[in-house]
Design a protein around this ligand. Structure first.
Ligand code: 6PG
Length: 260
């Protein structure tokens, strides 16, 4: 049964799927994961799904780790990637893949070879990004030479960043690499991130955003002028637009409100 209480179109900027709160958001995200994995396997024999870091995907992972969800997923044909990663070992709480493994993937029967983590023992982030791009190219089915994920989950930071595409950073201007290292001066670090050409080739992209802390930025991203350099989430324009799976608290500043 769907948790979605309203659907609001923002044209090319996407479609809002409204749920009540962060708990129903995680459950709806888990349902989207299951549906995407099954239809991709049915249609193409393989499912490729990219997760992101952040709090909401974590809640989704906790649900998917439970047998009633997990048993609905064709794990042997499902491949997991991450749309971004921190330059941190898997054991670190900063590692997106490490967190997902501990909460989720270590508790489901996914073959280890289907879980694609960034190599943070590579010489440097540039080398790691390059080898991750090769992994993506070797597994994800392509269309006109570009790999098309079945589903990419993204979050939106309160500064408007998505994946590790932060405001004012170089990876936002990337047009050829699919995965890039990205210096983030305000965090004094380098992150690894999918770039727009890879994100926008996906069959489906779903933002997960919950809580009042996202409200102002979400309104800027969907209602305001386009300024990708300041609002990187606006760079996400897959065919048909992204889905925005959001809770009531996150939509309070939007110009369009659900009819009640
Ligand atoms: C990361 C991310 C990042 C995240 C947003 C939203 O590794 O930090 O992938 O883009 O998705 O910051 O995070 P929340 O969902 O926790 O607000």
């Amino acid at each position: 049964m769907s948790n979605v209480v309203a659907s609001i179109s923002y044209g090319e900027r996407g479609r809002i799927l409204l749920v009540e709160d962060s708990a129903t958001l995680a459950s709806e995200a888990a349902e989207l994961f299951i549906a995407a994995a099954n239809s991709a396997v049915e249609e193409r024999g393989i499912a490729t799904i990219a997760l992101s870091g952040g709090s909401t995907p974590k809640q989704m992972g906790l649900l998917l780790a439970q047998p009633e969800f997990s048993r609905q997923i064709p794990w042997h044909l499902t491949h997991i990637f991450w749309s971004d990663e921190r330059w941190a070992p898997l054991e670190s709480p900063d590692s997106n893949a490490g967190e997902a493994r501990r909460n989720f993937l270590d508790h489901v029967p996914v073959p280890a070879s289907n879980v694609h983590v960034y190599d943070i023992e590579a010489e440097d982030p540039a080398a790691s990004a390059k080898s991750y791009e090769s992994d993506v190219r070797s597994i994800v089915l392509t269309d006109n030479g570009v790999p098309r994920f079945d589903l990419i989950f993204l979050g939106m930071g309160e500064d408007g960043h998505t994946a590790s595409l932060f405001p004012g950073t170089a990876a936002l201007r990337e047009t050829s690499r699919l995965v890039a290292p990205n210096d983030v001066p305000k965090l004094k670090t380098t992150r690894l991130t999918f770039t727009a050409p890879l994100i926008n080739a996906a069959r489906r992209v779903v933002f997960l955003a919950a809580g009042a802390g996202k409200a102002t930025r979400l309104a800027e991203v969907l209602d305001g002028p386009i300024d990708v350099n300041e609002l990187p989430s606006q760079i996400v324009r897959p065919q048909g637009g992204p889905l925005w799976l959001v809770d009531r608290a996150a939509i309070s500043a939007l110009s369009k409100q659900p009819e009640s």
